[in-house]
Ligand binder design. Structure first.
Ligand code: SF4
Length: 305
């Protein structure tokens, strides 16, 4: 249906349900910093992960990040004067016990040696955190804050702020912990793209723009700081609207093309990607079957002999 057909009355504007049926894929109701980053990097990976919601196998680096985030979350809930390295390591032990039964951890296929390294690496990340700041000086307002807001075009954005705090001038500061490697020189501002979204969410939800947004790269350790501005927030708004528009078009046309890059090395869907001679249609049945297998569940449909 063309715009002209609607305007000259030769076709009626479809009811919302009819409009949805015309789409090859359902449009996600919201975007997040990570989903926007994935769509921008590779539309096909976005389709697998955020439209089809295909289960990805647990990965040690991602699970390690989850574990360290939880430990630092526990640390920040302590009274300021108790936030010592010893307390943080105790919080890491507590976090490891809490997540042990979760499928993200229970289904990690690690040898004893790999498991030992997993935990010693997490220990190192927590120690490195202390090289960047003294947590006793952090005036925490909240951790793991689920935030959502709408852009000027009504696109819903959701995210989780790792830590929101007040600085020495009582201004808001948004902090994001990163357990992966720090960006190479020249890529720092690109790595801040997601964090600027948190500035927008913070301003819309709490009515105050943060004075600072910082990424704490635990592995290096390195702190990257930026100050949000009218321009950066306007940029986030415009970019989010543009990404949602592109997502809608892709859903309508079933046009999610692979975009190979260095990220392919970390992509869970590589074996189903045409760039690697894979067949996208096999992704859903294969990944669902593997998930059922990991969880010891029968696969549907059941076939009886
Ligand atoms: S392997 Fe690369 S090109 Fe293929 S889906 Fe993954 S990120 Fe995209």
């Amino acid at each position: 249906m063309t715009a002209e057909e609607v305007l000259d009355g030769t076709r009626e504007i479809p009811a919302p349900e009819e409009a949805v049926r015309e789409l090859a894929h359902p449009v996600p109701i919201s975007l997040s910093p990570s989903s926007m980053g994935t769509f921008t990097s590779c539309p096909l990976a976005f389709r697998f992960g955020y439209i089809e919601r295909l289960p990805e196998p647990p990965s040690a680096p991602a699970s390690k990040g989850t574990l360290v985030h939880l430990a630092l979350q526990h640390l920040m809930w302590r009274p300021a004067e108790e936030r010592t390295l010893e307390a943080a390591l105790a919080d890491l032990t507590r976090a490891a016990a809490e997540v042990a039964a979760h499928p993200e951890f229970a289904h990690l296929d690690l040898t004893d040696e790999e498991r030992e390294k997993f935990h010693s690496d997490a220990d190192v990340l927590v120690r490195r955190y202390f090289e960047m700041e003294d947590p006793r000086t952090v005036r925490v307002l909240g951790v793991e804050l689920r935030v959502s807001a709408e852009t000027t075009a009504g696109v819903k954005i959701r995210g989780i702020i790792d830590r929101l705090e007040l600085d020495e001038n009582d201004e808001l500061v948004v902090t994001d912990y990163k357990s992966g490697s720090a960006p190479s020189e020249g890529w720092e501002q690109k790595s801040m793209a997601g964090v600027h979204i948190y500035s927008l969410l913070c301003e819309r939800m709490f009515g105050r723009r943060p004075a600072r947004v910082q990424l704490l790269y635990l592995s290096k350790p390195e702190r990257i700081i930026t100050a949000p501005s009218d321009q950066s927030l306007r940029g986030v708004d415009v970019k989010t609207n543009a990404v949602m528009q592109a997502v809608r078009q892709a859903c309508k046309r079933d046009d999610f093309r692979p975009r190979p890059s260095a990220l392919c090395n970390y992509c869970s869907f590589q074996e189903f990607c045409p760039e690697f001679d894979g067949q996208p249609a096999l992704a859903r049945p294969t990944l669902l079957a593997r998930q059922a297998d990991r969880e010891g569940r029968p696969q549907l449909p059941l076939v009886f002999a």
